[in-house]
Design a binder for this molecule. Sequence first.
Ligand code: C2E
Ligand code: CA
Ligand code: CA
Length: 411
Amino acid sequence: MGVGATLTREALERAIRNNELVLYYQPKVCLLRGVVIGAEALVRWTDKEHGLILPDAFLPLAEKSGLLHDLTLKLLDQIVDASQLLRARSSAGAESGTDADAMPNMEPLSLSMNVAPNDLASRTISNRIKELLETNTIRPADLQIEITESAAMSNVDKVHDDLCRLKNMGIKILMDDFGTGYSSIDRLSQLPFDALKLDQGVVKRMKTSRQNLDVVRSAISMARELGMTSVAEGVESASVYNFLIAHGCEEAQGYYISRPMSFADFQDFLSVEHSFAGSQIGRVHQASLDLMRYRKMLMDAIFCARLGKGTVLESVAEPGLDCDVRESRIGSWYYGVGQYLSQHSVFAQIERPMQEVHASGRRFLQLIHSGQSTSELESAMANIDLQVGQLIGLLHRLEHVLLASSAESLQ
Ligand code: C2E
Ligand code: CA
Ligand code: CA
């Protein structure tokens, strides 16, 4: 950009005061349904002399000169205004009873904002958000927070309390640039992330080697294992977009969908009907993996029971095992976004066996706790295996149905 050297603290301070720093919005698409679900807000400096200045050219100066804090608060105000306008737009659509074809993109939209560790350490952002929620100015689903993996992981102490506070308010927290830092699963679970946002470098390198494909695939699986949403950024082509769909990645963002744009342009973008591809084919595959994991936890429970107390880690058989089917991994898919597949008859056939597997699982745990003989446990487990097998068969059939319809809709 070449303007970095000429930018001064005074100029930046003036620009913040004069509202020359504005947010651009880059749409995010739900890959499972092919609809726009929100946007990431990205700051731009619109300077008379230099034109549009990108954040990398002035954010370091803002941080160094102690201006970031004021800047973030101003940007939060802009997001709130934008969010209210978007909400008014979708309620106007809902009230007028306009159908989705006549007025596209009527989904409730969520806007995400980027924050730095210092923004969180000072608590001003979370205090302000709390106020906005308490006065009903925004709802928790209107706003999401993005913090980069490296910033979060090298400042765990600094950001931990505030992230937990925001999460408790119902605000979703995204780990940005995932794949560029050094998170282990252990460290990831220290902070309350709802989503992993795959770094665009990682996403772009997918095209260069099989190994990079595997990195993306395992990051999607890791997010699922941890109960987090997977988001890919830097999606620039149909082939990458479709690969992400095939592997169950849930959300995407990138030039292939749209570049970041002014709020007015974003509103125009929303008023035009877009036909983004979407399919749950990869997500259904993930659901069958969830089921295999559930079965494995039951096997672990029987394994622990056989070896006896003191010789196994009690936590191997997760306490969450006896949960209600709706709260299980597979159930939260089925009763959540899965419901958009209800037009397929095979989808309806899944519900009963899925409930039965969970009921059998609960009974099985009771058998274990009541000290049943090994042979009884084994025959109960064999019965569960039959149910799991039947359910996996149905999920595979659903994948085939979706394959046939994807072939028509995916480019
Ligand atoms: P980020 O949060 O990782 O944002 C994504 C960046 O990738 C944005 O650059 C976006 O314009 C760009 N991008 C999006 N899709 C594509 C694509 O398909 N291909 C390519 N090549 N690039 C794509 P941008 O806007 O220059 O922002 C750079 C970074 O500045 C952001 O990276 C974020 O870390 C930071 N940033 C932006 N706005 C804010 C803000 O309001 N506050 C704070 N603290 N940081 C911000
Ligand atoms: Ca970001
Ligand atoms: Ca990023």
